[in-house]
Design a protein around this ligand. Sequence first.
Ligand code: SAM
Length: 275
Amino acid sequence: MAIDAQAVQEHYGQPALLDAILAALERSGKDIAHLAADDLAPVDEFHTRGRPATVELARLLRLTGGEQVLDLGCGLGGPARHIAQSYGCRVIGLDLTPGFVVVAARLAALTRLDAKVDYRQGDALATPFSDASFDVVWSQNVAMNIADRPRLYAEIHRVLRPNGRYALSDVVARTAGGELHFPVPWAREPRASHLLTDDATRSALERAGFSIVAWEDTTAKARAAAEERAHVIPSPGSLGLHLILGSDWPAISANLLRNYREERIGVIHGVAKRV
Ligand SMILES: C[S@@+](CC[C@H](N)C(=O)[O-])C[C@H]1O[C@@H](n2cnc3c(N)ncnc32)[C@H](O)[C@@H]1O
């Protein structure tokens, strides 16, 4: 296995995740037999600012509902389910972490969205899809784990139809400030973290054959959310990202805020068109 892939799977592999999620839902009074996709948002929107960021990115992308979407690095599949439910798109999610794909599929069945979404295990750098098979590729907080951006963007370009669009949210390097404080939500150590600056991200996309059609700096909102969250200590069995990230969640949350405050990181939303 490539070093990147091994580091990613070590970081995200969390045993008994589905059981922990279902137990937390039951504890909060949800009926597992009648789950709604929205019930899962505290845990299955695993990126900066969760569900609100997904809603904003979908608006920036101007989804119309007829699109065939690939969610690269889909995690537990929350964004894919949101897009399928809110817009009617057919969505395939692909993720490197086998346990996440299993949980994503089960959550789709429990929310009765399994006819609209499909989850598969695989590497974003070598996907199993034919050329020009999607109208949209979507990825939220995934490229930060991928060192080989030229290959990632070439693969996205390959699977998009002509004029297809790539919607992305990424934590970006903003620095002067040097090394990050680890652990952070996407990596416990530097070997799993591969941030680029905004400019380097845009240039890598352009070199891969994309034109940038929308670009938003959402750092201020991300920092405000991190400031708010830093004061909240989640109770052990509650529903939240701490179920995925485990016992070092308090350190992860504190470091994230510190990295924002010291302007080591920023967050961008973008849409790039295949030209
Ligand atoms: C922070 S999570 C984001 C999950 C999801 N996009 C979301 O927003 O809820 C990052 C995800 O990227 C996946 N990932 C990292 N590198 C990958 C790769 N090379 N191919 C596919 N998935 C990858 C990880 O397994 C993890 O599920």
